[in-house]
Design a protein around this ligand. Structure first.
Ligand SMILES: Nc1ncnc2c1ncn2[C@@H]1O[C@H](COP(=O)(O)OP(=O)(O)O)[C@@H](O)[C@H]1O
Ligand SMILES: [Mg+2]
Length: 235
């Protein structure tokens, strides 16, 4: 499998007025192969979300380099793209799944998944068709016309995953996607993501607080002291 992205020596500090700067990331390295599912665990406040935001180009590191499909996209303290190019890159290559699904409450599951592509292409039918296929693949064929409020927490998160996969991203970043679910639904969600990473050859980087789910990935990393190290999971 080839390397999808490589982040090397990523640093990030927050300077708060009148206080010592907070060094959140200290020369952190992470890379992912195509179709690889990686989980990141670590204490609250250790910098997991900060790192994910940088991999998703939502925030800028202070230093280090990020290469995506062999091409350097960040280095020398800046992204090598304009804001507009960066937004386009993000929309095309990266899917996001958050702890809370952030689905639009007035729209059905199908509409939520189809929305971004419909807006981008102005063609409703193809967007709905692909959205329907994705939702069916995630076991939601009976829920296409339900509003988010008519879905269980697990179903809402599966809709959010379908939405993240809509643009055929190379990389899906998920920040505690099961944070709001019971253990049975969480397990189901991780099984689904493991399957999807192989089926779609999409890399998944998933922040989780649960070592059981971390063990279901190809590789687990622990954020500690501003760096990522391989997890030592108890079997
Ligand atoms: N914009 C910010 N300004 C100042 N401090 C921040 C900012 N964003 C995050 N932090 C701090 O960085 C640390 C890491 O945050 P975060 O990446 O959200 O941790 P995690 O996701 O691992 O719980 C926390 O101590 C947090 O308070
Ligand atoms: Mg976080």
């Amino acid at each position: 499998m080839s390397t999808l992205f490589e982040a090397r020596g990523i640093t990030k500090s927050y300077a708060l007025p009148g206080r010592e700067p907070l060094h959140i990331l200290r020369e952190t390295d992470i890379e992912a192969r195509e179709g690889e599912m990686i989980t990141i665990i670590g204490a609250s406040g250790s910098g997991k979300t900060t790192l994910l935001n940088m991999l998703g180009t939502l925030d800028s590191p202070d230093g280090g380099t990020i290469r995506f499909e062999g091409e350097e996209i960040f280095g020398g303290g800046r992204y090598h793209m304009t804001k507009k190019e960066l937004a386009r890159f993000r929309n095309r290559r990266i899917g996001f799944v958050f702890q809370f699904h952030h689905l639009l409450s007035d729209f059905t599951a199908l509409e939520n998944v189809a929305m971004a592509e419909f807006i981008a292409t102005n063609r409703l039918q193809p967007a709905k068709e692909r959205a329907g296929e994705l939702l069916e693949g995630l076991g939601l064929s009976e829920r296409l016309n339900h509003l988010p409020s008519e879905l269980s927490g697990g179903e809402q998160q599966r809709v959010a995953i379908a939405r993240a996969l809509m643009n055929r991203p190379k990389l899906v970043l998920a920040d505690e996607p099961s944070g709001n679910l019971d253990s049975e639904n969480s397990l189901r969600l991780y099984e689904l993501m493991a399957g999807l990473s192989k089926e779609h050859r999409t890399s998944f980087i998933i922040v989780t607080h649960n070592e059981t789910y971390a063990g279901m990935s190809d590789r687990c990393l622990r954020m500690q002291g501003g760096r990522l190290n391989p997890c030592l999971l108890q079997d």
